[in-house]
Design a protein around this ligand. Structure first.
Ligand SMILES: [Zn+2]
Ligand SMILES: [Zn+2]
Ligand SMILES: [Zn+2]
Length: 253
């Protein structure tokens, strides 16, 4: 399986508009971060996680030729506002794109992009085919078997997942011991690490590192970083086994 971090920025992206900080003015291309999206590819299946504002540009850069399904973690705009761009894949597939998400996330997505869920003027099929994610049973998506992971992100309920020895955890403020138990024996964990200081919607860096220590994957990669995180500084200061991601990073598993 190949994992591509399409976007590794927080909601405002890096550089952030109107900001004079050193990271926003850095010449290091790894400090230029578009919004959160991850692509999983196997021989048979291409699965996208989230559709941020830049999804079209991210998929062009990745050279993607097919898309089989979308997993949507939640409906904050930085993960969701680009969903209209997936229409092109339903045209190509001549079928709706399966959309895996929590029932509440599907409801909100339908409220905000109703035309993607209905028959429409272009075709008698819809663009998206909602598949509610509930319970602990694995979700089969092509040749991928996904184990849902439930956690909190401030007021928002979140669904991330594990597949094989890989897992990702999107924006997080809390996770129960029960869900952490699903993450034993991981090779690679990709996890949102948004802020350095206390934030009501996000665990700060120190708490993310404690959580990574409890999960104990062979390799942990940080994503969803805000503009206070300098890539080089993270490489120097993070503990062994933890590293910052960057846009376009490819992980082979
Ligand atoms: Zn986010
Ligand atoms: Zn800045
Ligand atoms: Zn969010």
């Amino acid at each position: 399986m190949r994992v591509t971090l399409l976007g590794t920025g927080s909601s405002t992206g890096t550089p952030q508009l109107l900001c004079d900080c050193p990271v926003c003015h850095s010449a290091d291309p790894r400090n230029r971060r578009t919004r959160f999206a991850i692509l999983l590819e196997t021989a048979q299946t291409t699965l996208l996680i989230d559709t941020p504002f830049e999804i079209r540009l991210q998929l062009l850069v990745a050279g993607i030729q097919r898309l089989d399904a979308l997993w949507l973690t939640h409906t904050h705009s930085d993960h969701f506002a680009g969903i209209d761009d997936l229409r092109i894949f339903s045209f190509r597939n001549k079928a709706p794109i399966p959309l895996y998400a929590l029932p509440s996330v599907i409801d909100t997505a339908r409220d905000r992009f109703k035309y993607l869920f209905d028959e429409n003027e272009y075709s008698d099929i819809s663009f998206l085919d909602p598949r509610p994610v509930t319970g602990d049973g694995p979700v089969t998506c092509g040749d991928l078997t996904l184990t849902p992971l439930y956690h909190r992100h401030g007021q928002s309920a979140m669904a991330s997942f594990r597949t094989g020895k890989f897992a990702f955890i999107a924006d997080i403020s809390e996770i129960t011991d029960r869900e952490i138990e699903k993450l034993r024996d991981l090779d690679t964990l990709v996890i949102s690490c948004t802020v350095k200081h206390d934030h009501y919607k996000h665990m700060k860096l120190d708490d993310i590192l404690v959580l990574i220590g409890r999960i104990a994957p062979c390799r942990a990669i940080l994503t969803h970083m805000n503009h206070r995180f300098d890539h080089e500084e993270l490489l120097r200061t993070l503990p062994a086994g933890v590293e910052p991601g960057y846009d376009g990073m490819v992980i082979e598993l």
